[in-house]
Design a protein around this ligand. Structure first.
Ligand code: KIV
Ligand code: NA
Length: 266
């Protein structure tokens, strides 16, 4: 068990203290980030883009996710490790259970999956079997082809209401955490109010219980040369990687990051 547990995170939410999460894919960064105070390390399937150079997360396999999860586990110093189920690894409930087992055995403490209320059954089965789940709502990059691009989600009233309903349904089903990506700040605030479980945001404003960024983005590294509006480069004001990560943790805790300019309006 890591030093940071679900109980720690629930306590942070109750006390109104922000949770700092970063993506992480290897042992050295896991050591650096966990020692800098990052509470949750996410082995995101974003590794398909930032490590492998693909133009989406779709090519990533469960075996690759397990490999990077095992690498992070070796360097981790007490953070909670969350691993993404990659594209179609949650296509059926049986696949969801089996693939989650692979990632938990590789070193994850929590599984994250993309979807909506249709995940309810799988989430309750995982919870019954002792696996905490984070449900990823809003812009779910595995659905980029359906969305027609990486676009802010939940801007129309009906979409916003559905996301709120999905969030409640997934909490009811036993989700331990929610992650909101690229949703209007005001909607993210409503969802965070509506559920008792911690809500982490990326491009979702400052009202969520915590924040996550892709490690490479916040270190100012980019393959494409483009950086999303919700990203801040923490290397600019900090001279080295460890200080940049510590600066990110501090900015999240102080509610200085994200600023209004990093969020989206409805
Ligand atoms: O894969 C990933 O890095 C993610 C975060 C952007 C939330 O899912
Ligand atoms: Na992901």
């Amino acid at each position: 068990m890591p030093d940071v547990t679900l109980t720690t995170l629930q306590g942070l939410k109750q006390r109104g203290e922000k949770i700092a999460m970063l993506t992480c894919y290897d042992a050295t960064f896991a050591k650096t980030a966990s020692e800098a105070g990052v509470e949750m390390l996410l082995i995101g399937d974003s590794l398909g883009m930032v490590l492998q150079g693909h133009d989406s997360t779709l090519p990533v396999t469960v075996a690759e996710m397990a490999y990077h999860t095992a690498c992070v586990k070796r360097g981790n110093r007490g953070a909670m490790i969350v691993a993404d189920l990659p594209f179609m690894a949650n296509a059926t409930t049986e696949q969801t259970l089996n693939n989650s087992a692979v990632l938990m055995q590789a070193g994850a403490h929590m599984i994250k999956l993309e979807g909506a209320a249709w995940l309810a059954e799988a989430i309750s089965l995982l919870a019954e079997r002792g696996i905490p789940v984070c449900a990823h709502l809003g812009l779910t990059p595995q659905a980029v082809n359906l969305f027609g691009g990486y676009k802010v989600q939940g801007r129309q009233d009906a979409q916003a209401q559905k996301m709120l309903d999905d969030a409640k349904a997934l909490e009811q089903a036993g989700a331990a955490m929610l992650l909101l990506e690229c949703v209007p700040s005001e909607l993210a605030a409503r969802i965070t109010q509506a559920v008792a479980i911690p809500v982490i945001g990326i491009g979702a404003g400052s009202a969520t219980d915590g924040q996550v960024l892709v490690l490479h983005d916040m270190l100012g590294l980019s393959l494409t040369g483009r950086s999303p509006k919700f990203v801040k480069n923490f290397m600019q004001e900090h001279g080295d990687v460890a200080s940049a990560i510590a600066g990110y943790v501090q900015a999240v805790k102080a509610a200085e990051f994200p600023a209004a300019e990093h969020g989206f309006s409805a």
